[in-house]
Write a protein that binds this ligand. Structure first.
Ligand SMILES: CC(C)(COP(=O)(O)OP(=O)(O)OC[C@H]1O[C@@H](n2cnc3c(N)ncnc32)[C@H](O)[C@@H]1OP(=O)(O)O)[C@@H](O)C(=O)NCCC(=O)NCCS
Length: 181
């Protein structure tokens, strides 16, 4: 398993995922994080992001085994979003997340391609035995995307968060490497 200082580049069908580097910290990226519609189902909506907060976030990945990746359209190299994989080597787990920041690209299959590509790569890492992900139950695109990647529901945190005035469940999913080998 490479540490995050080893540059990662993964090719999907329509996207490329590669290690997020300081040059990727653009106004476009910061605008994604401050877009209320994009962040509707993320706890990032409670914060304001700027260059300094993003630099701090990026710095978390400078050491250690976790990954922060830039998702780009394969054909153009255009930045579409980001993905994270928080790796615990003692436990052999990776918790994954995704943000497709460019809303005009939603619903076109880019998120699924990026997600599947990241999961396939993580599944091939000998030190990762279990991949996990969580989402609000009301985030229907995310639920669909996770379930299509073969992850199984392993738990529900009932009425865990308040979203737009409603109590919402958090769904916890997992996929074991042994099930995909
Ligand atoms: C969630 C997200 C990654 C999905 O990416 P995407 O590229 O729009 O999704 P895809 O086009 O790959 O679609 C994946 C599946 O979700 C379905 N889907 C997409 N939008 C949907 C919607 N509004 N309602 C229901 N299903 C939807 C698609 O139809 C597809 O399933 P299908 O192949 O059976 O048709 C993207 O919308 C996003 O980044 N949202 C904001 C950030 C976020 O919520 N991240 C997750 C936090 S846990």
């Amino acid at each position: 398993m490479p540490t995050s200082d080893a540059f990662v580049e993964l090719a999907g069908q329509r996207v490329v995922l590669r290690t997020f580097v300081p040059a990727d910290l653009t106004d476009q990226y910061i605008n994604w994080l401050n877009d209320p519609q994009t962040m509707r189902w993320s706890n990032q909506r409670f914060r304001h992001h700027d260059r300094a907060s993003c630099e701090l976030f990026l710095a978390h990945f400078a050491q250690g085994p976790s990954h922060f990746l830039s998702i780009r359209e394969s054909l153009t190299g255009f930045a579409l979003g980001t993905a994270t994989a928080y790796v615990s080597l003692p436990h052999g787990t990776a918790d994954v997340g995704i943000l497709l920041g460019e809303r005009s690209f939603w619903g076109l299959g880019y998120g699924q391609d990026a997600w599947n590509t990241l999961l396939e790569w993580l599944s091939a890492q000998p030190k990762i035995r279990k991949i996990t992900a969580g989402t609000l139950a009301c985030n229907k695109p995310m639920v669909r995307l996770i379930e299509k990647s073969g992850m199984q529901l392993e738990g529900t945190r009932r009425s865990q968060e308040i979203v737009e005035g409603n109590e919402e469940d958090i769904l916890l999913y997992a996929r074991f490497r042994r099930d995909t080998a």
